[in-house]
Design a protein around this ligand. Structure first.
Ligand code: NIG
Ligand code: FE
Length: 409
């Protein structure tokens, strides 16, 4: 018995092996049972199965629910004054080195309660959901001590039910050296490896661990130690790599078997070769590139030629990407990085699922996967990357449950 049968729609399945662009099936039928896709194909081939409810979608397009695989959604305060300083000529790095940047958000986050953090992050997550997101990865990294990092990860867990999205969590204690360890960074690295990572893993507060490998953050040697400890404790690993300079972070991510290396504006040929060999996903973050007015683009052609999966995410955070719109990330991936609209959509569906290690359960429309669907009032899928600020979402399904179609009466 099927719970729901969706008819009068077109499906952009986004499957890897499909021949048609977007893996499109025109005049499709999609059956949902127990939160998963039970059948999908051309409506005229749909078998006769007893069904509780049939819903007609007026010719709308159905895509996999969007997956934002890189966000720093939980934080206190904002950094609008710092932004004004940057507009007046200060660089992101100069502000960070003067104790602003990430550390100013650390102060505001430490001063916030778990519930305050959950509520403000849930507001941002609701915007993402209104733009079609069903899964959001949330990194910690504005606590920089065990109690505050745990508070952030618990707040991140609250975001799921508050905003009706699926949340995955990544521990980013290695985001910056906290002020209390300014004169003894090795002691903080040891604290991360010996206390914080084991405690976070033990309490099941994160699925993955990330580190910021950059001149003013963590060295590749430090990141190797931290992510090595994370692997010992059963966490997936990811790395902020080559964002503002080349540190050999991509090679390190590949060596560690990281799920993804993220940013990659300053990626080298050696890094590309290493990532191609290890199957590490390249997560591109065009909104951060835009907001810091970076001028070096990630080497998209070379990534393509090497066959590296390319994911796209918002990087939503108060410093480099105060942007909560997955659709804007799609547009910027095309306008700024010259991805095709199909590559960009794959970057926020199939490839983003890979960047989270969730390709077995989400990211494409396939029988057996979760019925996480976004339903759009568009006449072809490229419109998702084309419109800016348009109200395209008609409905969304998370594990087979609909938000309820939007009425435009
Ligand atoms: O992904 N690169 C490091 N982390 C964030 C910025 C965080 C911040 O400035 O608060 C990023 O761009
Ligand atoms: Fe980031």
């Amino acid at each position: 018995m099927w719970n729901i049968l969706l008819l009068d729609c077109h499906a952009a399945t986004m499957t890897e092996t499909a021949k048609a662009p977007y893996g499109a099936i025109h005049d499709a039928a999609i059956a949902i049972e127990n939160g998963r896709i039970a059948w999908l194909g051309a409506a005229k081939e749909c078998p006769e199965v007893a069904t509780r409810e049939t819903r007609h979608l007026d010719g709308a397009w159905v895509t996999p629910g969007l997956i934002d695989c890189h966000t720093h959604l939980v934080f206190g305060g904002e950094r609008v004054r710092e932004w004004a300083m940057r507009q007046a000529g200060a660089s992101y790095q100069q502000i960070a080195e003067a104790g602003g940047g990430i550390l100013s958000t650390v102060r505001a986050t430490r001063a916030s309660s778990e519930d305050q953090l959950a509520q403000s992050a849930a507001n941002r997550a609701r915007t993402m959901a209104a733009h079609g997101a069903t899964t959001i990865e949330i990194k910690s990294g504005y606590g920089l001590d065990l109690p505050n990092e745990m508070k952030i990860l618990r707040a991140a867990a609250q975001v799921g039910p508050l905003a009706n999205v699926h949340v995955t969590r990544t521990f980013l204690g290695a985001h910056a050296i906290p002020p209390e360890f300014r004169d003894d960074r090795q002691a903080y690295v040891s604290l991360l490896c010996d206390k914080m990572i084991p405690a976070i893993a033990q309490a099941n507060l994160a699925e993955a661990c990330d580190a910021f490998c950059e001149t003013f953050a963590f060295t590749p040697q430090e990141a190797r130690r931290i992510l090595g400890a994370a692997k010992v404790h059963g966490l997936h690993v990811k790395l902020h790599a080559e964002q503002m300079s080349n540190q050999g972070g991509a090679e390190l991510a590949a060596e560690l078997g990281a799920l993804s290396a993220d940013h990659l504006e300053h990626l080298s040929a050696g890094g590309i070769a290493a990532m191609a060999k290890s199957g590490t996903v390249a997560v591109l973050l065009p909104c951060a590139y835009y907001f810091v007015r970076e001028t070096t683009k990630p080497p998209v052609d070379e990534l393509r030629r090497a066959g590296i999966p390319i994911a796209v995410a918002t990087d939503c955070n108060p410093g480099t990407s105060p942007i909560a719109s997955p659709l804007l990330a799609l547009n910027m991936a095309c306008t700024l990085f010259q991805l095709t609209p199909e590559e960009a959509l794959a970057g926020m569906t199939r490839q983003a699922a890979k960047a989270l290690g969730l390709q077995g359960s989400i990211g494409t429309l396939e029988t057996g996967k979760f019925a996480d669907l976004a339903i759009w009032n568009i006449s072809e899928p490229a419109e998702l990357a084309y419109w800016l600020g348009a109200d395209l979402l008609r409905d969304r399904y998370l594990h087979g449950r609909s938000d309820g179609p939007k009425s435009h009466d």
